[in-house]
Write a protein that binds this ligand. Structure first.
Ligand code: DQA
Length: 180
């Protein structure tokens, strides 16, 4: 008798039922293994924007290296940038049920956007806050993050490595949850 074994595991319980040769039904549960990186306003200018603070890597450099790292570990990583607060809120809401983790650099929105904070709190996807610069060492208005109470944790001050450190945390946490 033919038998197909699907990996049965899910964080999100998205179910697919596969009919095999019209006789056997196999129930497979999708494991998303997907990470979303969101970059907020002005981060499209990375590489050109105040390189003494934010470094010389462009957003495309960072995204492609993150994708490569994630893929080596068996994860899919999508990355998007927006300069618009409402678009960022839409992206966060749309991530619910589609991604396992969000790595978010909300840039200037970090310091005042209650809408971004509420969007993070409204969804079930855990979020890590990242910043290239050490926001606590800079101007006073950057010291407060209104999104911090809604995220799992914050990594800042390591330049582009803040994103890579966040990705390592995400990979370790998701592997641990999956019992790997
Ligand atoms: C930033 C820090 C924010 O204060 C600033 O508004 C940014 C970038 C960072 O990555 O260091 O745009 O989030």
């Amino acid at each position: 008798m033919n038998c197909v074994i699907f990996k049965i595991y899910s964080r999100h319980k998205d179910e697919i039922v596969v009919k095999y040769k019209s006789i056997f039904w196999f129930k497979a549960v999708m494991d998303l293994n997907k990470i979303l990186v969101l970059h907020g306003p002005n981060l499209n200018l990375l590489g050109k924007r105040e390189p003494e603070i934010y470094g010389s890597m462009t957003i495309d450099d960072i995204n492609s290296m993150l994708k490569a790292e994630a893929s080596k570990a068996g994860f899919t990583l999508d990355a998007r940038q927006t300069n618009h607060e409402g678009v960022l809120v839409d992206e966060i809401q749309a991530a619910n049920g589609k991604y396992d983790f969000i790595i978010l650099n909300a840039a200037a929105f970090t310091h005042y956007s209650i809408a971004v904070r509420d969007a993070i709190a409204a969804i079930a996807v855990p979020t890590i806050e990242v910043h290239l610069s050490n926001i606590h060492k800079r101007e006073e208005f950057r010291h407060n993050s209104v999104i911090a109470p809604a995220v799992v944790g914050q990594i800042c001050g390591f330049g582009a490595d803040s994103y890579f450190a966040a990705l390592q945390v995400v990979i370790r946490q998701l592997n641990r949850e999956a019992g790997k």
